[in-house]
Structure formats: structure tokens, C-alpha cells
Design a protein around this ligand. Structure first.
Ligand SMILES: Nc1ncnc2c1ncn2[C@@H]1O[C@H](COP(=O)(O)OP(=O)(O)O)[C@@H](O)[C@H]1O
Ligand SMILES: O=C(CO)[C@@H](O)[C@H](O)COP(=O)(O)O
Length: 498
């Protein structure tokens, strides 16, 4: 029997998932790495940490499965999007990677808007947002000219790990779409955008499909990972594209809700001309010639992790959340906005910060925990509202990510989105999508859809409960007012941040 491994290079950890030909999980391993926040709004990681942790996770997943290295036929990747890894002429990183949740680049975003005008939405199909890659490139060029002077090319996080495993530089279309240097509809680097910012064509790596075979495991890395030299390596995709694949979002009609560090609401798009006027992201899918539109909450799971780390560091999520089901929708009049690191959809704003509103002497920690979960879900519901007002039907949602592990949260999603919400039988998030790309790349299936038929197993669904739906409709109206009413105060408070 042969196997594949999906490697999900997340923000908090890398997870390796060993899958058999039936789509059954034969092993899992996870290794975490630190985030570096040198200043408020900055977020970096060391590329070497990713490589070391990936090697350790691969060692562990293989060892714990008891399989022999030769049984692993291929591996592929899912990666946190947008992070900038600048490489010198010897392909060594010139500085730490600057991540998707780093918001230092507001000035560069305005510069991109001025320089590109309509080309931005016309070609890159997305607005200039702090998290995307091009603003980061411009920031380094402006603020660290000596470092930029050493830079010969760039990669995204999972592409760097893959490069270290194979020695080959590549990027797939789904991840290139999040750089703002990419012509999304025509699937090529945009000469026009590169020219506008005086970047040479050689700065960008060659592009491939997500299921493309891009190399084999180098002997030195085979030793470090425990896998066989020559194991096939497939390109992989952006974590949200892989999340969509792993949840079976491979045709129109299904919506994905993912609550990881960030949160996303994503819908599949056949039509490359679909136009949301930049209100949501529009990216290439990991499936050939397909697209997806997506709204993003920057601090989704991160808000709950922050709450746990700050107020219950000794407790697991299970312990922290065990009382939230006893609290009624609305958390006793306590409202939370999850703007801990700014926001993306529908308010692209790096200065806004979160609030608890309506704190009452009767509130307990369970009210606060429930309010955090509700606030995160309201923020995602704003993306659902964007899709619905553009005419998309959102009535069946597949929910993935760490947040999908809690049944109270799944019911809350059904009630707040007013849609049926299903989790997956074995919640594996984007790692399963990465493994599916390897399985398809290895030729186990004729299409990703055929692979999904076998690998993706939906669990029973949560239906919206009319009473809760009604309560949440009223609360959502109040939630939507908080952004405008706290914006000015947060701008004034920015001067006091570290
Ligand atoms: N048992 C749980 N119940 C509710 N939320 C959880 C649970 N476990 C994890 N989470 C949430 O999921 C988030 C991590 O999700 P994950 O998909 O692993 O993130 P990433 O891929 O970004 O590293 C945490 O920040 C937390 O908010
Ligand atoms: O910036 C985005 C999408 O545009 C994020 O979704 C990142 O891709 C990181 O995701 P997680 O670590 O939360 O999975």
C-alpha cells in the first residue's frame, strides 16, 4: 500500500498528515514555532524554523505510523499565504519572513493604489492590503535598502520549505494570486505591475499548477525527514485553496468557513470575470482553471487564543469553553469585536482594535468566552453578507479549522449565518487538501473531484434554530455599528500602542 503526506505550514505550527489510498488518516504530527512581534503590528517568522519543524514533523509522522519510508509515494503542501521570504543570489533568506498578519505597510498600500490605479483591480483583482506580498517588498526596499540590495528573488512560506526539500524554486498559481504581482485571470506574472515598481522579471519564481510534480526529495533532506530520497514532491497551494480542496469545495454552491488563526468565508467561482469590486479577495483555486472569492477576519481563532493565553493560560480550549453552551445567544448583552490586529473584510483597516461592549456586573468568564466566539462569527457573517448582497446563495457551509472542533461554535455558525453548517468527520483542514494534491499528482485519481469523493467525509449538519437566528439578527445589527463608532477612538489610541 502506498501513502501520501500533506504538510500544512500554518501560522502557529506545521502539521504533517499521512493518508492512505482510501483517504484514511494513518498518522499526524505537529510542531510549533514562534511568532516574532518586534513592534505593534509587526509579525515575522524565521524561515529556518519552518524547515526544522517540517523535518521534525515528517520524522514523527513516519515513525509513529510504523510504515517504511518507501511506502510514502509523494508529499505536497498547504501554506500560510502572502508571507515574504526574500532570497539572495545564493538563495539564502536575507531577513526574517514578514507574514500575512503584519500590518506595517499602510503607506506602501497607498503608494500601490496611486501607482496602479485601475490596474490593481483589473489585473491583480484585489485591493492593496497590508497583508499582501507586494507592499512588504516595497517596505523592505524603502526601510532596509541594504537588505533589499542583496535580494535576488522572493518566495512564499511553503515555497521556501519546498525549495529546501528539493532544491527547486517554484510557486503555484493559488499562492501567487496573493502577491499582487500576479495577473489572476491570465495566470502569469504581471509585466505591467513589475514594471510599475521597477522589479525585474527574474525576481519572481516560475509558476506551476498545485498538483504539478516539481522535484524529488534531496538526499540530505531525506536524512533529516526520515523519508526516502527521491520521494515525489508536488507544488501544493495556498492554505485557503487547500482548505477548500480538503473540504470538497470543488464546484459552485458550497461555502467554506475556516476558523484557524485567521478566519475565512470562501465561495468557489468558475468564472474568472466574477466581480466583487475588491470587497472580497479573488484568487486562483488549487483546481485547474477555477477561482474562489473570500472574505477574511484577521484575528479569528487568534482572538480566542489571545483570550485563553491572557485569562486561562493553564486551561485547554475544552476546559475554557465548557460553560459557553449554557449562556444564551447574545452573551447577556456582551458584544466583542475581534479587531485585535486590525481587520480585512469588510473594513480594511490596520488601526482599528477590538472592543468588549456592554460589560455588566453579572457577567462571568463564560459570558466573555461566548462573546468572543460570537464576535468572531459576526465578523465572518459580514463576509457572508457581502456574498449574499452580490447575489450568491449561502445556504450550505462546510466548517473547518480549529474552531470547527467545538459543537457549540458549529451551532452558533449555523444560527448566525442562517445556513446549514457541516463539519468534516475527521477535521484535518488544509493538510487534507495538500495530501489530496499529492494523491492526484501521483495519479491515484483522474481528477481532484474524484479524489474528494473518496477522501472528504462530511459529518452530520447543524441546522439554524429559528429563535437563535432571530436573536442574532438583532445583535448583528448592533455589531455592525461598532466599527464606525470606535474607529476614531482607536485612531487616537494608536499613539499609546507599543
Ligand atoms: N477545541 C477547540 N475549540 C474551539 N476552538 C479551538 C479549539 N482548538 C483550537 N481552536 C481554535 O483554532 C485556532 C487554531 O486553528 P488552526 O486551524 O490549528 O490554526 P492555524 O492553521 O492558523 O495554525 C486556535 O487559535 C483556536 O482559536
Ligand atoms: O492572509 C490570509 C488569507 O488571505 C490567511 O488566511 C493566511 O493564509 C493564514 O492563515 P491561517 O494561518 O489562519 O490558516
Amino acid at each position: 500500500m502506498s501513502y501520501v503526506i500533506g504538510i500544512d505550514l500554518g501560522t502557529s505550527a506545521v502539521k504533517a498528515l499521512l493518508i492512505d489510498r482510501e483517504g484514511r488518516v494513518r498518522g499526524e504530527a505537529s510542531q510549533s514555532y514562534p511568532l516574532i512581534h518586534e513592534h505593534s503590528g509587526w509579525s515575522e517568522q524565521q524561515p529556518e524554523d519552518w524547515v526544522e519543524s517540517t523535518a521534525a514533523a515528517l520524522q514523527e509522522v513516519l515513525r509513529s505510523s510504523g510504515l517504511s519510508r518507501e511506502q510514502v509515494e509523494g508529499i505536497s503542501f498547504s501554506g500560510q499565504m502572502h508571507g515574504l521570504v526574500l532570497l539572495d543570489a545564493d538563495k539564502k533568506p536575507v531577513r526574517n519572513a514578514i507574514l500575512w498578519n503584519d500590518t506595517r505597510t499602510t503607506a506602501e498600500c497607498r503608494e500601490i493604489e496611486r501607482e496602479l490605479g485601475d490596474t490593481l483591480l483589473g489585473v491583480a483583482r484585489n485591493p492593496a492590503l497590508e497583508g499582501f506580498t507586494l507592499p512588504k517588498i516595497l517596505w523592505v526596499r524603502k526601510h532596509e535598502p541594504e537588505v533589499f540590495g542583496l535580494s535576488a528573488s522572493f518566495l512564499l512560506p511553503k515555497d521556501y520549505v519546498r525549495f529546501r526539500l528539493t532544491g527547486e524554486l517554484y510557486m503555484d498559481y493559488s499562492d501567487a494570486a496573493g502577491t499582487l504581482l500576479f495577473d489572476v485571470a491570465n495566470r502569469r506574472w504581471s509585466e505591467e505591475i513589475l514594471r510599475a515598481f521597477d522589479l525585474p522579471a527574474g525576481f519572481c519564481p516560475p509558476l506551476v499548477e498545485s498538483h504539478a510534480l516539481v522535484g524529488v526529495l534531496l538526499p540530505g533532506m531525506a536524512e533529516r525527514t526520515g523519508l526516502a530520497a527521491g520521494t515525489k514532491v508536488f507544488a501544493g497551494g495556498a492554505d485557503n485553496a487547500c482548505g477548500a480542496i480538503g473540504a470538497g469545495i470543488l464546484s459552485e454552491g458550497l461555502t467554506l468557513c475556516s476558523i484557524g488563526t485567521s478566519g475565512v468565508i470562501l465561495t468557489y467561482e468558475n468564472d474568472k470575470e466574477s466581480d466583487y469590486a475588491g470587497k472580497v479577495h479573488f484568487f486562483n483555486h488549487g483546481q485547474v482553471d477555477a477561482y474562489y472569492a473570500m472574505g477574511v477576519t484577521l484575528a479569528a481563532g487568534y482572538s480566542l487564543s489571545w483570550f485563553q493565553n491572557t485569562f486561562a493560560p493553564e486551561e485547554s480550549f475544552g476546559e475554557l469553553l465548557k460553560g459557553v453552551g449554557e449562556v444564551k445567544p447574545g452573551a447577556g448583552g456582551l458584544l466583542f469585536t475581534p479587531y485585535l490586529v486590525g481587520e480585512r473584510t469588510p473594513h480594511a483597516d490596520s488601526q482599528i482594535r477590538g472592543s468588549f461592549i456592554g460589560v455588566d456586573g453579572s457577567h462571568t468568564r463564560d459570558h466573555f468566552a461566548r462573546a468572543v466566539m460570537e464576535g468572531i462569527t459576526f465578523s465572518l457573517a459580514e463576509s457572508v453578507a457581502v456574498f449574499r448582497s452580490a447575489g450568491k446563495k449561502v445556504d450550505r457551509v462546510v466548517s473547518i479549522g480549529g474552531g470547527a472542533q467545538n459543537p457549540v461554535w458549529l451551532q452558533m455558525q449555523a444560527d448566525i449565518f442562517n445556513a446549514e453548517v457541516a463539519a468534516l468527520e475527521n477535521e484535518q483542514g488544509p493538510g487534507l487538501g495538500a495530501a489530496m494534491l499529492a494523491a492526484y499528482g501521483c495519479g491515484w485519481f483522474d481528477s481532484l473531484a474524484a479524489c474528494a469523493d473518496k477522501f472528504v467525509k462530511r459529518a452530520s449538519a447543524y441546522q439554524p434554530q429559528p429563535e437563535a437566528v432571530k436573536a442574532y439578527e438583532g445583535l448583528f445589527d448592533i455589531y455592525r455599528q461598532v466599527y464606525a463608532q470606535t474607529r476614531g477612538m482607536n485612531e487616537a489610541l494608536a499613539a499609546f500602542r507599543g
